[in-house]
Design a protein around this ligand. Structure first.
Ligand code: ASP
Ligand code: MG
Length: 425
């Protein structure tokens, strides 16, 4: 059995849904588990719904949600002939759940509401795709993944209960393959044991595919994207970015860790643990080779370039000149946990610790505030973090030219430079 994951871009228009469905139809002879994200930018739109609701702007939240609903209903109408009514009923079921909630007043944490609202994106997209594929004659079942992937209640970044999820897959998913060729379900979402919806973190559908593959011992996972393959750099920023056709799990996990937006960072471990190959393929042109990711070490990789913009450098200096050792570092890490911010790069000197973070303003302010009890805190914004793997001096010099490096870390394999743009005086 194979696992296919389709992201938002592969179903963001009628045409895309049609061509994605052709890929599925062609493969449907093999047993296939399909994991699908929300359409296009739906998750962003639903985040706004949750935000308005939480700010007490009920009418605005309902109006924004109405737009999302209409868009899905129209898509369904265009695509279906005989299954229209069943499809609409299914969409209505999900929408009613959300609308009930939007009529209430927020009394719980934001993250809880976020998950209850945002999960509807995946439920709606998969319902539409399901009814369309049925009309195309695909022998397919639709599964609400919230009955299968069980998580803790750490909303917005829920942790999966692997044992329980494994038993649900055995009980509820595997038997479906005796009757159906394709089982379609949602990426990114799950639910608690109290049946409250949860999400696994933005872009989490890749991870869902890996969870299923691991627990079903799938033969492979294919992530269908709008790029030809994994590349050594973001082609929107680097015109000379090149394709990479084979990579090791280890390399990909490093790339994702440094911020390359290739594959969700949590995806690799479940696949590596069971030695399940991961293919990245282009849904616009399935004939292209794509990238295969396995345990095999790739030789002669080009330099991998990752740039993270919008970095904030914080310097925590001990107030009384005592060394920054175990105790104060421990205090700081507790604060990082509370604020839910992880440094992308950190380095300590005798009496200070330097850390670079994604500049999420409220979190940075909160962090500065909490840390100021123990440390003098200095902050510099608007930096960018360059990471190069398999680098050479020439590339390093070229990419740091015209910039001031404010923090530098090197191993023989990887160099990371936190940089400030030199402004002309
Ligand atoms: N729809 C979710 C997101 O946009 C999950 C995903 O696309 O993987 O983050
Ligand atoms: Mg996506």
């Amino acid at each position: 059995m194979k696992v296919f994951k389709f992201g938002g871009a592969s179903i963001n228009s009628i045409d895309r849904i049609k061509s994605t469905s052709q890929i599925i139809k062609t493969q449907a002879g093999d047993k296939l588990l399909l994991v699908v994200s929300a359409m296009g930018k739906t998750t962003n739109a639903l985040e706004k719904v949750a935000g308005s609701f939480f700010e007490g702007k009920k009418e605005e939240a309902l109006a924004l949600f109405q737009q999302v609903k209409d868009q899905h209903r129209n898509t369904l109408k265009y695509l279906t002939v005989t299954r229209g009514l069943q499809g609409e009923n299914q969409l209505n079921d999900f929408n009613t759940e959300v609308e009930w909630l939007l009529h209430d007043k927020p009394v719980r944490q934001f993250d809880y509401y976020y998950d209850q609202v945002v999960c509807s994106g995946e439920l709606m997209s998969t319902a539409i795709l399901y009814h369309y594929l049925l009309e195309l004659g695909v022998n397919i079942a639709w599964v609400d993944v919230r009955d299968v992937i069980k998580t803790d209640n750490n909303f917005r970044d829920a942790g999966v209960d692997w044992d329980f999820t494994g038993s649900m897959i055995k009980e509820k998913v595997l038997p479906l393959f005796e009757q159906y060729d394709v089982v379609l379900t949602q990426g990114f979402i799950g639910s608690t044991f109290e049946n409250e919806s949860t999400t696994l973190g933005r872009e989490g559908s890749d991870y869902t595919a890996a969870i299923f593959a691991n627990l079903m011992n799938a033969e492979s996972v294919t992530i269908w994207k709008d790029v030809e393959s994994v590349m050594n750099a973001d082609p929107r920023k680097f015109a000379d970015a090149v394709n990479i056709y084979s990579l090791s799990y280890a390399e990909v996990i490093e790339m994702a860790y440094y911020g390359a937006q290739v594959i969700h960072p949590k995806t690799i471990k479940p696949l590596q643990n069971k030695n399940i190959p991961l293919f990245v393929k282009n849904f616009l042109n399935p004939q292209l080779q794509g990238t295969s990711i396995t345990h095999q070490l790739a030789r002669q990789l080009p330099t991998l370039i990752v740039v993270k913009e919008n970095q904030a450098l914080m310097q925590f200096k001990s107030k009384d000149f005592s060394f920054v050792e175990d105790k104060p570092i421990e205090q700081l890490h507790k604060i990082f946990d509370t604020v839910k911010l992880k440094p992308n790069l950190s380095q300590n000197t005798a009496i200070s610790l330097l850390c670079s973070f994604d500049d999420r303003k409220e979190k940075i302010d909160q962090l500065a505030h909490l840390a100021s009890e123990f440390f003098d805190v200095e902050l510099e914004r608007n930096l960018s973090l360059l990471t190069l793997r398999h680098y050479n001096t020439e590339i390093y010099q070229q990419l740091t030219k015209g910039k001031t490096v404010v923090l530098l870390q090197k191993t023989p394999e990887t160099v990371q430079a936190l940089m400030r743009e030199n402004t002309a005086v």
